[in-house]
Design a protein around this ligand. Structure first.
Ligand SMILES: Cc1cc2nc3c(=O)[nH]c(=O)nc-3n(C[C@H](O)[C@H](O)[C@H](O)COP(=O)(O)OP(=O)(O)OC[C@H]3O[C@@H](n4cnc5c(N)ncnc54)[C@H](O)[C@@H]3O)c2cc1C
Length: 511
């Protein structure tokens, strides 16, 4: 076997979930290697999270009710119990006491809890509308200084290494020993491997996620034989800036009173849902799409609030991008979050031995068919801590096994190869696996994606570039999403079947 590295716990990804897993494992005394393809820290959705992190205040039951209601009957009440029971302690221990995150109001009379769509009370801790940034940066600094943790930047996991159903580690495209690029993959063997690779935004033309969100963890786990669930539930955020290069306008802005208007200046949400702009995300996203189709444009009218005063970061982004927010911010739905992923239990254990998954790449059962605003950071924190602690306390040592043989015979891909394939993949996902789905469209999508995956696989057999593996992962996950959507004939939350007999909850476009 070629040279290899070993560690007690290998964490793949350095967003909130990966950082939490690394911290918890290190606290248990384990040696932790965090491999992240990010050139830190901005290449993680965590750094971009705006609205904040939900907590339970005095009523775990009330947060549980809201999470279950948003999940549209598909969330698992037992795992939601875990989320709400751990929430307050996890936030206080890690974010307040350990990282000293400067949540708004924290230095005065008490936290300034924000209200967001589909939350029945104000319970969101936030730092302006840049909460993720203020969490991730101190988190990475803390781990950098931790004697048990090593963070290897710009290092992508290409594949998991397995041995008869046991996950023994992963192949990285950077050698942890030398720090050099590893042309055919550097094996790292670990007692436990924790996937924390985030979302799948790169599968769609417009997404709120950072570039590189290609669903690597989901694809690697699925290819290794792990169970993947609920991936048809791809959440589209209703209020992203209406542009090829969108930015998110947080739910918190609607929480503070902003309203949606169509091109005729009419406020339409009250006709779609009794909670109007604060209805669940999937309802608002479909309503915005319908009104855009019918009238040509939807704007978020921020005149009811002191936008620049309450959301200075967002106001600045608007100004940087030449958006006159006083005239209303043009918005359209865009891909935002994957509710499903690698199926895990309450400790983050996947169906393969020694494999864990946490954060957006995992399916805990908390989100069901639709995620409640500001619960993703919380889920990543809670499950990250649980998985990291369990992985370390199992005390398993790395057991080197034979890694898959990767080839790098001809490293140069034909020019434009990855771009052209990604364009094709995104076109299919947008057209057939987007906000609205039908059986025939989903069949068509699977046909195209299967062919595309076949073409990519032919190159993967002789080349080992990160671009190619990301493309392979995106094709694998696209197929998984299309297949899951096709096999689920019932609309729920963000999975909306246009060919379902059931009556739709929203009126026709144009109201
Ligand atoms: C614009 C925006 C605003 C949001 N606002 C909120 C909010 O206010 N509240 C909330 O709760 N949620 C919010 N979300 C959702 C939330 O931010 C994410 O779901 C959450 O941060 C995901 O955390 P994570 O640790 O799972 O993944 P991420 O933070 O995305 O981190 C994934 C990490 O994995 C690395 N990685 C990926 N593939 C590989 C690989 N093959 N090898 C090595 N490393 C890899 C990436 O480089 C990255 O470091 C928002 C999301 C976006 C995009």
């Amino acid at each position: 076997m070629t040279d290899y590295a070993t560690t007690d716990v290998l964490v793949v990804g350095s967003g909130i979930a990966g950082c939490a897993a690394a911290l918890a494992a290190a606290r248990e005394g384990a040696d932790v290697l965090v491999a992240t393809k990010a050139e830190r820290p901005a290449d993680a959705s965590t750094d971009w999270a705006q609205g904040g992190i939900a907590t339970t205040r005095d009523s775990p039951e009330s947060l549980k009710r809201d999470v279950l209601a948003a999940g549209d009957g598909e969330a698992d009440p037992d795992t939601v119990d875990v989320l709400v029971e751990d929430a307050a302690d996890a936030v206080e221990d890690v974010l307040v006491d350990t990282l000293d995150v400067s949540f708004d109001g924290g230095d005065g009379e008490g936290f300034d809890y924000a209200q967001e769509a589909a939350h029945s009370e104000a319970r969101i801790l936030h730092v302006d509308a840049a909460t993720g940034h203020h969490i991730l940066r101190p988190f990475l600094r803390l781990l950098d200084d931790h004697e048990n943790v090593r963070i290897l930047e710009d290092a992508a996991a290409l594949d998991l290494i397995t041995d008869e159903g046991l996950v023994t580690g992963a192949l990285l495209d950077r050698d942890p020993e030398t720090g050099e690029r590893a042309g055919t993959g550097a094996p790292v063997f670990a007692g436990s491997t924790v996937l924390a690779t985030g979302g799948i935004g790169d599968l769609y033309r417009r997404s709120t996620n950072p570039a590189g969100s290609t669903g690597d963890g989901v694809a690697m786990a699925a290819l290794a034989g792990a169970d993947v669930e609920d991936v048809e539930y791809v959440q589209f955020h209703p209020t992203a800036y209406d542009d090829e290069d969108p930015f998110l306008v947080s739910e918190a802005v609607r929480g503070e009173g902003a309203v949606l208007r169509n091109a005729d200046g009419e406020r339409f949400m009250p006709e779609y849902h009794e909670d109007a702009e604060l209805a669940p995300r999937d309802v608002v996203a479909r309503a915005v799409a319908a009104e855009r189709d019918a009238t040509g444009e939807v704007r978020l009218d921020v005149s009811p609030l002191d936008f620049a005063g309450e959301f200075p970061g967002l106001a600045e982004t608007c100004e940087d991008r030449g958006v006159d927010w006083e005239a209303g911010i043009p918005v359209a739905p865009c891909e935002h979050f994957l509710c499903g992923g690698v199926a895990v239990d309450t400790e983050g254990r996947a169906s393969l031995d020694r494999l864990f998954a946490v954060g957006e790449c995992a399916r805990t059962g908390v989100h069901g068919a639709n995620r409640l605003a500001s619960t993703s950071l919380l889920e990543g924190l809670v499950w990250g801590l649980r998985a990291g602690e369990t992985a370390a306390s199992d005390g398993r040592e790395a057991e080197p096994s034979e890694p898959p043989e990767l080839r790098d015979r001809d490293p140069d891909l034909p020019s434009g190869f990855a771009d052209e394939k990604f364009r094709r993949l995104r076109r299919v996902m947008d057209e057939y696996v987007g906000l609205h789905r039908s059986g025939s469209d989903l069949e068509r999508a699977q046909g195209v994606l299967r062919r595309l995956k076949g073409e990519v696989d032919a190159y993967v057999r002789t080349r080992t570039s990160r671009d190619l593996y990301q493309l392979r992962n995106a094709a694998v996950v696209g197929l998984l999403v299309a297949r899951a959507a096709s096999e689920n004939p019932e609309s729920a939350g963000c999975h909306h079947r246009t060919d379902e007999a059931a009556v739709e909850e929203a009126p026709d476009a144009g109201h």
